[in-house]
Design a protein around this ligand. Structure first.
Ligand code: PCA
Length: 318
């Protein structure tokens, strides 16, 4: 009898304890990862150890493109993905990386608010749930040689990170290849790519100064990551632990937005210290980027559908 009771207690303990894994695409020292680890720690503390989340960074558990499908299938309980990586799944996700739609963190927050219900619905229909979303610092152009005239971009091998950046590259006469952050140093070193548009943060993470000298601070868009959870895993927690997780998520989102804004200046400083030349784009370069952006926006509007257009209008305030 006593053994049975003990067994029951052990079983109860096993049921009440969740040991979760989380897959993320970005490096260990990146501020998104740091924020996610702080989130995991808070969850563990707030649930008195009943929910433990082990974070696997840099695509070590699943490559970026596999993370969302893995969370959906329950192969892993949680994951982080770049929203616009999913641009081909739903135009809604492309909106997150359209050039010059968002010009500030304030804009980015409004776009998030406008698109959030639809992102949540999309995830819910697929057995997942949105926990929080955090932006990257504004995106700029990394190149080896100065580019005053946009014609100088022609023929460059361009590192893309989603369908929109690939199309943007083509519009500017470059040749895109999609490469994940974890593979970037290798891609530059072997000449697979020669230029990219990304944040100062990703430049620091990949030691961009080893391969390129110029950073044009275009602030072209402010893309976001989202952190998601498998719904069945979430519902397997007690109501109390679910609340603790959501509360930690709310704090992580707030903290993440703050970190991102601090990160921009910090990372730009590192790029400069490492000898990179940080400049504003020339009027001609900016004009070419804006023109390509307009084409992308028109393309997007054509395929966005009623829901996409509604969100877009809500963001613009009309
Ligand atoms: N870094 C990620 C996405 C946006 C960013 O700033 C990357 O370069 O893949």
């Amino acid at each position: 009898m006593r053994t049975l009771v003990l067994l029951g207690a052990l079983l109860g303990l096993a049921l009440a304890q969740a040991s979760w894994n989380m897959a993320t695409p970005y490096p260990e020292a990146n501020f998104h990862t740091v924020n996610i680890k702080a989130f995991a720690k808070e969850v563990e503390e707030a649930t008195a150890g009943r929910v433990r989340i082990t974070v696997h960074s840099a695509g070590s558990l699943f490559p970026h493109a596999r993370i969302l499908p893995a969370v959906r299938a329950g192969q892993v309980q949680m994951g982080e993905v770049l929203i616009s990586l999913l641009a081909n799944e739903n135009p809604l996700f492309a909106l997150d990386s359209l050039p010059f739609l968002v010009g500030s963190y304030e804009d980015a927050r409004r776009l998030y608010q406008a698109s959030k219900p639809e992102i949540e619905r999309w995830l819910e229909q697929r057995g997942m749930r949105l926990l929080f979303s955090v932006p990257w610092p504004p995106q700029g152009l990394y190149v080896a040689r100065p580019v005053g005239d946009p014609a100088q971009l022609k023929g460059l091998k361009f590192r893309a990170y989603n369908p929109i950046t690939a199309r943007l590259a083509e519009l500017l006469g470059m040749v895109p290849t999609q490469v994940e952050v974890a593979d970037l140093p290798q891609a530059f070193a072997t000449g697979l790519v020669q230029a990219m548009i990304t944040s100062p943060t990703t430049g620091v993470d990949t030691q961009a100064w080893d391969f390129v000298k110029y950073f044009y601070d275009v602030k072209a868009w402010i893309p976001k990551n989202m952190v998601i959870v498998n719904r069945r895993a979430f519902e397997g927690l007690s109501p109390q632990d679910q609340r603790a997780l959501l509360e930690a998520a709310r704090r992580a989102e707030e903290r993440g937005w703050r970190l991102s804004q601090e990160e921009e200046a910090k990372a730009l400083k590192v790029l400069a210290e490492k000898g990179m030349v940080i400049e504003k784009p020339s009027p001609a370069l900016l004009a070419a980027l804006k023109k390509a952006g307009e084409t992308l926006l028109l393309d997007w509007q054509r395929q966005a559908g009623a829901v996409g257009i509604k969100i877009y209008r809500a963001y613009l305030g009309r």
